[in-house]
Design a protein around this ligand. Structure first.
Ligand code: ADP
Ligand code: MG
Length: 138
């Protein structure tokens, strides 16, 4: 069993796609084991995306991520990290396969509806960024 962090980003929440996106997680067989609404400060967004701090889009990305409420979710299942990435689709919705969350609901390459951890080390760190052990059901 593996766990991964998903975030329904501020565009997904603002465009009323929380239910649609959760439906895709549940239909895929991934289990939700923790979930909460968050509104990141700019500083918290910068901390979360610190691996991208040298990228040209960092300031715009962290403005967007702190622009409104989002939903942090821990998904669990066999190969949850890779299955969630598959379900999300490519970063740029123009490149995302049909039926993926980003193909269905993303606005553009930055406002792309969902975040998903990309490896087991990052999943552990990202889950701990939002959730204590007590907040994740066992
Ligand atoms: P992913 O979310 O697919 O793992 P990355 O880790 O490469 O993608 O990038 C993190 C986030 O930064 C993306 O989800 C997107 O919101 C934003 N982003 C990535 N590349 C660009 C870009 N070229 N222009 C604007 N925003 C971008
Ligand atoms: Mg990434």
């Amino acid at each position: 069993m593996e766990q991964t962090l998903s975030i329904i980003k501020p565009d997904g929440v603002a465009n009323s796609h929380i239910g649609d996106i959760i439906k895709q997680f549940e239909s895929s067989g991934l289990k939700i084991v923790a979930m909460k609404m968050i509104h990141l400060s700019k500083k918290e967004a910068r901390g979360f995306y610190s691996v991208h701090k040298a990228r040209p889009f960092f300031d715009s990305l962290t403005d967007f991520m702190s622009s409104g409420p989002a939903i942090a979710i821990v998904l669990e299942g066999e190969d949850a990290i890779a299955r969630n990435r598959e379900l999300m689709g490519a970063t740029d919705p123009k490149d995302a396969a049909g039926g993926t969350i980003r193909s269905n609901f993303a606005t553009d390459k930055e406002k792309n509806a969902v975040h998903g951890s990309d490896a087991s080390e990052t999943a552990v760190l990202e889950i701990a960024y939002f959730f204590s052990k007590l907040e994740i059901v066992g």
